[in-house]
Design a protein around this ligand. Structure first.
Ligand code: MTE
Ligand code: MO
Length: 420
């Protein structure tokens, strides 16, 4: 095996320690088992390929899919019993989730909505009630933004217990990042002439579950919210709200009402069952917290992660970090069970309220250990360890779990989910 890093004829394996470690790792592989000759001679002969097609499929060698789940910890389930379907974080690269793999959470299935017949009613404390068609909405000025969406239930697997045999798709697959396109909420508010005394907005979906949520009309939400009709450059997929959804960067998934059909402006929260019976947080002292709407700073190592197996020597650690407070400014990793930490590199742009990809070099010496990451956002929030998270919130609640994720590695290189 020959592995060199050359650029314009110059050997470049000199000063960079990470590069040296890769070379050492590659040598290790060569020693462990004779590698096949690394030359073009092994490439299949060139010739005419498969016909071109109207849409591109994934390679036959790549298998990516979400996993439908019902209640936490119950799997596998029949898709018809699923309440959500998780994104394969362990198999994705970069930061953008392909639209067909964006996690899904639908309370009453996916309605079949003809965009020509869809309507959005805007009423309440506004100068005039208006009903918009999708054509009206697409004629309005639009904006695009890359941002994550996360279900507040993400991570609930590990709040109470830690099944060892789960993947990062199971533990953290209820978050995804897309580019969202739609009409700025501010434009619509100006258009309907919302009363300055109106401080809340009810958003209602057109599915069987009648999800409806009260949205506080803060400056931030007015500035950043959008009525989205596009994701990753194409119309929304039905699972994600076709033809129209509310998108509120950084705020809990449930507020991002899909199949949006009604916005009502008012001067107080509307107290729907979704914010009284559901999506409230039972605290350690028995009181319930309402309207905990922002997604906290979070991160997870996606490789190596649950159910993978690694070999001694060079390993690349990589993962995702995100925060509803803005940009990720720092990600640290520990390869000795949170005793010592070092900075991971943030690869590519760390956009506000979008997932950032981090990575770090690691030479594993083959002895059992634990790996863990922790992120910091631009507001200065540091992702808590599990013990301090539970000391603060107790274990009664279900939502907004953002404690550090620990993966244990045994002497055989098997990576397993553990609580700390
Ligand atoms: N109308 C409607 N909107 C909805 C839901 C729903 O079931 N119906 N689910 C909510 C929840 S709990 C989440 S986490 C997000 C999920 O969006 P996604 O399926 O596009 O990922 O949509 C929210 N909006
Ligand atoms: Mo959710």
């Amino acid at each position: 095996m020959r592995l060199t890093f050359t650029g314009r004829g110059r050997a470049r394996d000199g000063g960079d320690p990470s590069r040296r470690r890769i070379l050492a790792g590659a040598a290790g592989v060569a020693v462990a088992g004779p590698a096949a000759a690394d030359t073009l001679a092994d490439v299949p002969p060139r010739g005419p390929g498969a016909p071109l097609s109207s849409t591109s499929e994934r390679s036959e060698y790549v298998h990516l899919s979400r996993i439908p789940e019902s209640t936490p910890g119950r799997r596998p389930v029949d898709p018809s019993e699923a309440i959500n379907s998780k994104a394969p974080l362990d198999r994705l690269v970069g930061t953008i989730t392909p639209a067909d793999l964006h996690y899904e959470r639908s309370h009453a299935g996916v309605p079949d909505i003809d965009p020509a017949r869809h309507r959005l009613l805007v009423h309440g404390m506004v100068k005039r009630d208006l009903v918009f068609t999708m054509e009206d909405i697409r004629a309005m000025p639009a904006t695009s933004r890359v941002a994550f969406l996360e279900c507040t239930g993400n991570g609930w697997e590990n709040w109470k217990q830690a099944p060892p045999d789960v993947t990062v798709q199971n533990t953290h697959g209820l978050v995804s990042t897309n580019e969202w396109t739609g009409v700025p909420l501010r434009f619509l508010i100006d258009l309907v002439g919302a009363d300055p005394g109106s401080t809340w907005m009810l958003a209602e979906g057109g599915d069987g579950s009648a999800v409806a949520r009260s949205i506080p009309l803060t400056d931030e939400i007015i500035a950043e919210g959008m009525l989205a009709y596009g994701q990753n450059g194409e119309p929304l997929r039905p699972a994600h709200g076709f033809p129209l959804r509310l998108f509120l960067p950084g705020f809990e998934g449930n507020l991002n009402i899909k199949w949006l059909r009604r916005l009502k402006f008012g001067d107080r929260p509307f107290m729907t069952r979704w914010e009284t019976a559901r999506y409230t947080q039972l605290q350690a002292n028995g009181a319930a917290r309402q309207f905990q709407l922002r997604q906290e700073v979070n991160s997870v190592i996606t490789s190596p992660s649950g159910m993978m197996q690694i070999r001694p020597g060079f390993n690349r650690l990589t993962g995702l970090a995100w925060s509803g407070f803005g940009r990720i400014t720092r990600v640290e990793v520990s390869t000795d069970g949170a005793r010592t930490w070092r900075d991971a590199a943030i690869a590519g742009p760390a956009l506000p309220k979008a997932q950032a990809r981090f990575q770090a070099d690691w030479a594993w010496d083959g002895s059992p250990t634990k790996i863990v990451s922790r992120a910091t956002d631009e507001a200065g929030n540091l992702q808590p360890d599990r013990a301090s998270f539970i000391a603060r919130t107790g274990t009664n609640a279900l939502f907004h779990y953002n404690a550090q994720q620990t993966w244990a590695i045994d002497a055989g290189g098997n990576v397993r989910n553990v609580l700390a």
